[in-house]
Write a protein that binds this ligand. Structure first.
Ligand code: AMP
Ligand code: MG
Length: 438
């Protein structure tokens, strides 16, 4: 595709999923290079460690200390100088001259022929370099132990100072989407707050005259707006600031005002509905005035129509911060599929995350799956294990784009590639999990 990322074209033919992904990544890159609010140095928050989960680390976190701070024992056992292992003695006996506990180092000397009873994590005395685990030793009397020298080599069972992290080195690289282990790691370095990218402001709105808010009664032909709730759930997992712009009627004035309002408040606007054939013409007119938006027909299922580009808060003005815009299709499953496939990684990229892609795994399909070549399909499925203990997937019933239950019961997508054809039962297929450990 040869269009400039600033000027997404109106596409008449189908766009490959990978081309759509690339066009999105290119435009986000352009936005990052422009002097966007998102990119200024002041776009960084300092947050206490206990509030940093799922935020994106803005600067390398340098370790202020060596971890561990001293050589220490990796086992409960006896510390001694490993030189004695060089002698061809098979059985070594040592006199126990004291005890070192974690947090209570031993201060005296350990001479040749002597050892120190030592617990895991306790500081190694400077004249010892080896620990014989307790279970390999025999107690000879109240003061002496013995062990077979063949059971270990000099230097074993000792953790070296700085082997985990060296002072001044990056313990966590900038761009990390912070996970529980990162918070624990920062705490182990004595760091109580982190510099993170400010939260992206993401506006969401639903468009459609048939949509009703929760609490309203449903009149003939109307339905409840579910998309804003699925989107809120998805966005909350990324710890973003959500600006809920509600339901907007399908008329030019309401839509235009809603888009201008969202563009003035948010870094990103995600709308759903109103981009399918018939409705799109109407939205296109508004977009021409407010921004550069392409109306895509993506060769995928579900989620074929999608609008993508940038909007401005002030019509016909160019030199201004631009709002990234995703006009997702209205069908509830298509909203979630296009979010996972396109929006999620764009949001992470825009917020400076270094890892934006979802890992693709493989599992055995329990049933045949019908598939036409020429489009990428994202079928909803449950990953489990088959009787042979191998990972296997089964689809969650009817796969219509409007059947949200297919998504609600699933824990992964089966991804059927653009050129792939029918799948036979027992064939390996690509999958992407959308739920992890939480
Ligand atoms: P559209 O893309 O506007 O043509 O909508 C496609 C289908 O999705 C229609 O059946 C709409 O009623 C439905 N739909 C659109 N927006 C929503 C929404 N926010 N919540 C639930 N269903 C929706
Ligand atoms: Mg509609």
């Amino acid at each position: 595709m040869s269009q400039s990322p600033n000027d997404p074209i109106l596409l008449t033919s189908s766009l490959h999923v990978d081309e759509a992904r690339k066009a999105i990544a290119d435009l986000v890159n352009t936005l990052l290079q422009e002097d966007q609010a998102i990119n200024r140095p002041d776009a960084i928050d300092t947050v206490p460690l206990d509030q940093a989960i799922n935020r994106i680390l803005a600067q390398d976190l340098l370790s202020p200390i060596d971890v561990p701070a001293t050589d220490n024992s990796a086992m409960d056992g006896f510390a001694f100088n490993g030189k004695c292992l060089d002698d061809s003695q098979a059985e070594i006996s040592l006199r126990v001259v004291g005890t070192a506990l974690a947090g209570q180092p031993h201060t005296g000397k350990i001479a040749s022929g002597e050892c120190l009873k030592i617990m895991t994590g306790a500081v190694m005395p400077s004249d010892c370099d080896t620990v014989i685990p307790q279970e390999f030793t025999t107690k000879l009397d109240a003061e002496h132990i013995s062990f077979n020298a063949k059971q270990l080599k000099a230097g074993e069972n000792r953790r070296l100072r700085g082997e985990d992290l060296q002072k001044g080195r990056a313990a966590i690289a900038a761009g990390r989407l912070l996970r529980p282990s990162d918070l624990g790691l920062a705490a182990s370095l004595g760091i109580s707050s982190l510099q993170v990218k400010r939260k992206l402001k993401v506006a969401i709105l639903s468009s459609g005259n048939e949509l009703r808010s929760l609490g309203q009664t449903l009149d003939a032909g109307s339905i409840y707006d579910s998309n804003r709730y699925s989107l809120t759930g998805l966005l909350n997992r990324l710890n973003l600031e959500i600006i809920d712009c509600g339901i907007v009627r399908d008329d030019p004035v309401s839509l235009k005002n809603a888009f201008i309002d969202a563009a003035s408040k948010a870094d990103v606007l995600i709308s759903s509905g109103g981009v399918s054939v018939g409705e799109a013409d109407f939205t296109k007119q508004i977009m021409q005035e407010l921004g550069d938006v392409g109306f895509w027909k993506i060769a995928m299922r579900p989620g074929r129509p999608m609008a993508f580009g940038t909007l401005r808060a002030v019509p016909s003005k160019t030199a201004e911060s631009r709002t990234l815009f995703f006009g997702l299709p209205g069908n509830p499953v298509a909203v979630m599929v296009t979010f996972y496939q396109f929006v999620r990684s764009a949001l992470l990229q825009l917020n400076g995350a270094s890892q934006t892609e979802v890992p693709v795994l493989q599992a055995i399909s329990e049933t045949p799956i019908r598939k036409k070549p020429g489009r990428t399909e994202f079928q909803r499925a449950i990953l489990g294990r088959n009787s042979a203990g191998k990972p296997s997937v089964r689809l969650t019933g009817s796969q219509g784009a409007g059947i949200l239950r297919s998504m609600s019961e699933a824990n992964c997508f089966v991804i059927l590639g653009h050129d792939q054809e029918n799948i036979a039962a027992g064939e390996w297929v690509d999958i992407a999990l959308f739920d992890g450990l939480i």
